[in-house]
Design a protein around this ligand. Structure first.
Ligand code: CP
Length: 305
């Protein structure tokens, strides 16, 4: 049995196999409709979600399996003081595989030590979001045909953005990637990412303050939301929340084949007018998330079509 807690739990070969499987599922959905018959996925979400929880549930349903779970801590016995370890120990008696989101960094890892079923980290605080990373990698590969030789800009909340941290770590194993980090000083990438990923691996990166100064050289622009729920001080959130707004005038200087990604949800950081531009990939990305989660469920349960 294997869990997925951190994107680095997967080797490059395993990632490539998952993406290949997701591509095959997209092309031949009917072949996979009964793969998980008789299996159950539990979604334990101690923090709000739309895409991750529902795409996991849709993924299991499209594989012919069933789902159970809860969508907020309030409706679970954690409100009575039950530990995460006890919760998963019990849920792993009811389900074959568990997707878990928790506001505390490391909670899914703790859960994996107690669970009799594979645990998938569906986002832990500001730490990791490995299935979003698989979603992002699938989207980049489908849009660009490769995961190397790209210039990727990350824009917005690079400090608390777990999707950013996870994707940087995953991409660090592919060749010739230039990272452009676009953020205000207060929301720069954490020290540990700079030191342990960029500097330790001698990756090519730069930090800038505006989209305008770099947009013309980007192949991928990964926009992120400034996350209200991660701020201790509302005044700081209000000051920083609209630092970046990608709109059509800004895109005038961008490449024609730029791909705009966003893990979603968005607030103001991408103007709605951009949705109709062919470079906007974020809704396709959300759909890709369902297919790559189907592939992941199959791999972790050791199932084949
Ligand atoms: N991208 C993502 O994690 O979205 P949700 O918070 O809606 O699951």
């Amino acid at each position: 049995m294997k869990h997925l807690i951190d994107p680095m739990d997967l080797s490059v070969q395993e990632i490539n196999e998952l993406l290949d499987l997701a591509d095959d599922i997209i092309s031949h959905k009917e072949r996979y409709a009964k793969v998980c018959e008789g299996k159950k996925l539990a979604t334990l979400f101690f923090e709000p979600s739309t895409r991750t929880r529902l795409s996991f549930e849709a993924a299991m349903m499209e594989l012919g399996g069933n789902v159970l779970g809860f969508s907020s801590a309030d409706s679970s016995s954690s409100t009575k003081g039950e530990s995460v370890g006890d919760t998963v120990k019990v849920v792993s008696c009811y389900a074959d595989i568990i997707a878990m989101r928790h506001p505390k960094e490391g909670a899914p890892y703790l859960a994996s030590l107690k669970s009799d079923a594979p645990i998938i980290n569906a986002g832990d605080g500001g730490h990791n979001h490995p299935t979003q990373t698989l979603t992002d990698l699938l989207t980049i590969r489908r849009e660009k045909g490769q995961l190397s030789d790209i210039t990727i800009g990350f824009c917005g909340d690079l400090k608390f953005g777990r999707t950013v941290h996870s994707l940087i770590k995953a991409l660090s194993r592919y060749d010739h990637i230039h990272y452009v980090m676009i953020s205000p000083e207060e929301l720069e990438i954490p020290e540990y990412i700079r030191e342990e990923v960029f500097e330790k691996k001698s990756l090519s990166y730069e930090q800038v303050r505006t989209i305008d100064e770099v947009i013309g050289k980007l192949d991928i622009l990964y926009m992120t939301r400034v996350q209200k729920e991660r701020f201790f001080n509302e005044a700081d959130y209000i000051r920083l929340k609209d630092t970046y707004i990608l709109d059509m005038p800004k895109l005038k200087a961008a490449k024609e084949d730029l791909s705009i990604l966003h893990p979603l949800p968005r607030v103001n950081e991408i103007a709605v007018e951009v949705d109709d531009d062919p470079r906007a990939c974020y809704f396709k990305q959300a759909l890709n998330g369902k297919y790559v989660r189907m592939a992941l469920i199959m791999k972790l349960l050791g199932l084949e079509a």
